[in-house]
Design a protein around this ligand. Sequence first.
Ligand SMILES: [Zn+2]
Length: 751
Amino acid sequence: MGQVCLLQQFCIFFLENKIKMRFLFRSSVVSIIFFLIFALVLSAQIKQDARPASPILGFTPPHAASEHELESEFQSIPSLDKAREWHRIFTAEPHPAASDRNNQIADLVAGEWRKQGWENVTLRRYDVLHSRPRSVSLETTAPVHFTASLREDAYEVDPDTKNPAVSGSYFGYSASGDVTAEVVYAHSGNPQDYDLLRKNGINVKGKIVLVRYSNPYSYRGFKALTAEREGAAALLIYSDPAEDGSTRGKVFPDGPWGPESHIQRGAITYDYIVPGDPTTPGWASVPGAKHIAPEEARSLPKIIALPLSWRDAKPLLENMNGPEAPKDWQGALPITYRFTGAVKVHVKVDMDTSRQLYTVVEACIRGSELPDEWVLLGNHRDAWAFGGVDPSSGTASMMELTRALGELKQHGIRPRRTVVVCSWDGEEYALTGSTEWGEQFADDLKKKLVAYLNVDESVAGAATTAGPEGLSFSPSAVASLAPMLVEASKDVRAPSGKSLYEAWRATTMRASKAGTPPLDGALVETRIGSGSDHTVFLNHLGRPVINLGFTGDYGVYHSMYDDHYWMAHIGDPSFEYHVALTRIWGLVALRLANADILPFDFGFNASALEQFLRELEQRSKIEPKRLSLKRLHARIAEFEKAGGLLRNVVARDLLSSPVSPKKFQRLNEELLQVESNWLDPDGIPGRPWFQHLLYSSRYTYAHLEFPGLTEAVEKQDWKLAGKQAALLEKAVEKNTRLLKSAQSSWEKNKQ
Ligand SMILES: [Zn+2]
C-alpha cells in the first residue's frame, strides 16, 4: 500500500462499498463487530500519527501533516460508480466540436460545476474557422470498379455503433476537390519514403498518394504537408492491421484493437507551425476579432485528404501491378505491397469550412491566501465520435476531481492558491479552444500561472489485456516538476493494489526490458511533444506543464469503436484507472496549490538539460570547429549547482526554522520567474509562435528539445546554430544568477 495510510484505505473501502455497508448495518450484531474493527483501525492510526508525517517537497512539517490529512479526505471522495456514470453521459452521443451535442455537454459541465460549488463558472465563446464534411466519396475506376464504404460496421453487442449520428470518413481541414488519378503507395508518407520512390523512378506529382498511419509514427498533418510539398493531387491514409489491428491482438468488440472497418479520423492542420484558429494566428478569436483570409493561413492544408479503413484500402493495394515495394514497406494484409501500377481512383471531398462558435467552460475555487497564483487543470471535451478514450475518459476523471474539490470546499477547505479548471473545445481540430483561451488571457497567465496540469485521455489502454502489472502510468512533465510528481505517486494507490509509484516502476521496467527497476529520475518523461492542450501554456506562454494518463493496448483511436462499450468491457471495466487518475491529478494540484515553497527542482531540471544536449551531440556528430557547445555545457553545470544548492538550503530551513509568509512569497516569485526566463519573444526560427527555448515539437508532433539549436544543427546551418546556442547560454546564465540571488536573499533575510 506504499505510504497511503491505513485510515485512508479504510475510508476509501468504506465509501466504495457504502451501499453494501448500509445493508450490513441492518444486522445489529454485524454492526457491533463493524464498530470494533473500526475502533481497532482508528487506534492503529492514532499510534501511526504519533510518528511525524512523511515530508512533502515544499511543505513545512506541520503543513505537510495537514496536507496529508486533507489529501486523505480528498482521495476518499472519487467513486468508481460515479466515474462510470460520467463516462456514460459524455459518450452517449457523438460530440465533435461545434456540434449541438458538444455544446449541450458544455452547458452540462457548467451546471455540474455550479452544483459542485465551483465559482465564476463561465462559458467563453470563440468564433473560429471550423471544418466539417458535406460529402465525401472514393471509387476505383481501373482496373476494377469498387466503391469505398467510408463507414464503420455496426455490432449487435454494442448498440451505440448503430447510432446514425456517427460521421463517416473525413479529415478536419482537408481541402475540397474532385480528382481522378493513378495511386502510388508511399509507405508512411514521410520525406524519406518519397526519396525512395524517386530512387525507383516514381514521381507522385498529380498522383493520389496512399500511405499508412504509422511505421514509424508521424502526425497525419505532417503526412499531409509532405504530400502537398511533393505535388500530390490527394492523400489517403489508411490503418494497416500491422499497426493497430489484428496483428496486435483481438479486435473490437472482442479486444482492444481496430477491426477491419475502423477509420482513424482526425485533423490534418499544420498546427506545429501555429496552433489554434488558422485565421487568428497569435491572437484570440473572441467575437469581433480580426481574421486573416483562409488563403493566407499558414496552418491550413491545400491538399485533398481522406482516412480509410484497411478494408477500403485493400482493393487499391491488391490491384497494383507495378514494382514490388521493399520488405519494410510490406504491411500485414495478405498481399504483395507494390509502389504503383494500374489502379486509378476518383476522390471527391466537399468540406464546409466556415466560422463556428467553440465554447470553453471555465471555473475556479478562489485561493484562501494567494488568490492571484493559479493552478490550472484542463481536459478537452470534443471527440471525433463518442470519445470513449479520447477525451471522455479524461472528462470522467476530471468531473470526479472537480466533485471532490467542490466537496472539500463545502467542508470549508479551500486551497491556498486558486485552482482553475477548463473544459476545452476543438482540441481535435488545432488545439483550438485552449490556444484561443491562452492567447486571450496571456498577460494574466504569464504572471499568475504556477502550472498547467493536462489530462487528455486518462485511460488509453486495456486493463483486460495488460497483465498482472496493469496499465502503464505514462506522464510527461517539465523536468523541474518531475520530482514532485514522483513523490505524489507514492501516496496514491494503483488498481493493482500497490502504490502508484511501485506500479509505475514495475511497468517501466517491463517496457524497458531491464532487469532492474528504473531510477526515480528516469520515471517521468521530460521530453514533451505537441498534440494536446498543454501546447499553448508551455510553448507560447512559458508556463510549466504536466500531462497525466494511463496507456496500454488501444487500436480504435478516433474511430467509432472508441466508445463506452470499449471502455466498460475492454479498457477499464471497473473504472479503477479512471479514479486512480483522478487521485494523482488531484494530489499534484493540491500540492502545487498548498505548498509553502513551490516544489520546482532546478537541479534536476539542469541534469535533464545536460542529458538533452548530450543526446543532440550523439545524434548529430557536431565537429567542434563548426560549433562548440562547451560553454553551454558549462552554463548548464553552473545552473545545476545553483539549483541543487537552493533546493537543499530551502529543504533544510523548512525543517528547522519558522519562515515568514513574506519570505516564502519572495522566493516563490523568483522560482516562477525562472520558468518565464525560458521564453524568447522572437520565437524559434520560422515558427515565431513557439517561444520556449527548451521545448517545442517536431512537425510529426514528436518532442523536440532546444528546438532552435537542434533544427539549425540538423540543417547544418552553423551560423544559426551558433546564435541559438548563445541564446541558450544567456538564458541558462540568467537563471543561474536568479537562483543564486534567490538563495542569498533567502539566507540573508530573517523575514
Ligand atoms: Zn484528445
